[in-house]
Design a protein around this ligand. Structure first.
Ligand SMILES: Cc1cc2nc3c(=O)[nH]c(=O)nc-3n(C[C@H](O)[C@H](O)[C@H](O)COP(=O)(O)OP(=O)(O)OC[C@H]3O[C@@H](n4cnc5c(N)ncnc54)[C@H](O)[C@@H]3O)c2cc1C
Length: 404
């Protein structure tokens, strides 16, 4: 029984490891030379516990995020030493409510209180919760603290929270090693999937690999983990995913070297804003939505970051994003005063069910509850939705492919 896993992002990689650990054989097919090379490498790494989703009037997005967050480190710790995972934790996030926020501070606080109460339940079964349930979860900054960290006028309220990111750049080599070392995973890198066929004997994967075109299989079961290209392959089997969907192509700015004194990890809420992530090993991740969102498509079956990123001016994006963040968090202005030597602008696709963008408070992008696995016989198509949900969904899809 060999399962074909298509795409080696966080979802495909963890699913391959989980199925192989259960005794199944796996072929992991990926166009890049290494696992975790696209969105799962270039994202910000925030392990969402739901604080960001203050515009969802239902509890569903918080529940979805917390289900993933509570299992995130537990699942990864099967393949990555727990102390190595601990070294990937970012500085915890502050939340800064901007003067033109879609949600005012009193509603943000009510939302945070609900998120905290839900987390106390969700984290119970977790051996390694990314936010320990006994830690202070959030607290408002007193005015003097807020003014010391954030721009007066622009930031109307600010909160310290216990939410963190796990640095995807640090995680990627650890998961790559686990794949390379696993005796039941056959790694087919540099192999572009071009099609799929279903026959009585199973599924055949059409691909272009290092030795030319190939027809791989038959496989009794398949996991489609192609992220923004997922609908394209589904359609070849006559499967239409729910829609409408909206694929955005978003960049982030990575700045090497120690962060400026006093720089805080912060998420600006709620609207088309951005984040700063102070990573544990002296790198800063920074994004500003109006500059970092470089393109989008609606209901396109394929979504390729590389096509949208061709020709972007990375230096301009970086400097504009830094300037926008410095207008919120003055400590970031040090990046402008003495521009860092090493700045990288990279990104990926973000697939989500929605019509309008996040500047619309009613946009479905403010909700991430219709996500996860859809199974059609032995073919499983997975909308990861978030890095946060990848490891947990990988275990869930393994339960369908190779139950314990
Ligand atoms: C800038 C940015 C910031 C983000 N920040 C966060 C965050 O802070 N927290 C969070 O929870 N989520 C975040 N996300 C979302 C998160 O990155 C994604 O939800 C997650 O990484 C998707 O994982 P995946 O494994 O499904 O997709 P991917 O990591 O993209 O993996 C899919 C794989 O399929 C491969 N593939 C595609 N087509 C083919 C083909 N034809 N042949 C062979 N291989 C193919 C790709 O090469 C890729 O390796 C962010 C995303 C972006 C872009």
């Amino acid at each position: 029984m060999t399962t074909a896993i298509l795409g080696a992002g966080i979802l495909g990689t963890c699913a391959a490891l989980e199925i192989a650990d259960r005794g199944g054989r796996v072929v992991l097919i990926e166009r890049n030379a290494q696992p975790i090379s696209e969105a799962s490498l270039h994202n910000e790494g925030k392990v969402h516990v739901g604080l960001t989703y203050a515009a969802d009037p239902t509890p569903d997005t918080v529940r979805t995020m917390q289900t993933g967050a509570a299992r995130f480190l537990d699942v990864l710790a099967r393949w990555v030493p727990a102390d190595a995972l601990d070294r990937l934790r970012s500085q915890p996030f502050d939340y800064a409510v901007l003067d033109d926020s879609q949600v005012p501070p009193d509603a943000v606080e009510r939302h945070f209180a609900r998120v905290e109460a839900a987390w106390r339940q969700a984290a119970r079964g977790s051996a390694r919760p990314p936010v320990a349930p006994d830690r202070p979860f959030w607290r408002p900054l007193a005015e003097a603290e807020r003014l010391a960290r954030y721009a007066p006028g622009r930031v109307t309220a600010a909160y310290e929270t216990a939410e963190i990111a796990i640095d995807p750049r640090g995680l990627a080599p650890l998961l790559r090693r686990a794949v390379a070392d696993h005796p039941r995973i056959e790694w087919l890198g540099r192999t572009r999937i071009t099609g799929i066929e279903r026959q009585d004997r199973g599924y055949f994967i059409l691909a272009d690999g290092p030795t030319g075109p190939a027809r791989l299989g038959p496989f009794p079961s398949v996991v489609n983990a192609l992220w923004a290209n997922r609908p394209w392959l589904d359609r070849m089997l006559g499967i239409d995913q729910p829609g409408p969907w909206f694929t955005r192509f978003k960049a982030g700015v990575r700045i090497a070297g120690p962060p400026p004194a006093g720089l805080r990890s912060v998420t600006a809420v709620l609207g088309p804003y951005g984040d700063v992530v102070v990573q544990p090993h002296g790198e800063t991740y920074l994004s500003w939505y109006p500059d970092c969102m470089i393109g989008s498509t609606r209901n396109a079956e394929r979504g390729e970051w590389s096509e949208h990123a061709a020709g972007i001016d990375g230096d301009r994006i970086a400097m504009r994003a830094i300037a926008a963040m410095a207008a919120i968090q003055p400590a970031a202005a040090a990046f402008l005063a003495s521009p860092p030597a090493a700045i990288e602008v990279s990104g990926g696709a973000i697939y989500a069910l929605a019509v309008s963008d996040i500047d619309d408070r009613a946009s479905r992008l403010h909700r991430r509850d219709i996500v996860g696995i859809r199974s059609y016989d032995a073919y499983h198509s997975v909308d990861t939705s978030k890095f946060t949900l990848g490891p947990a969904l990988a275990v869930d899809v393994a339960d369908r492919v190779h139950p314990r």
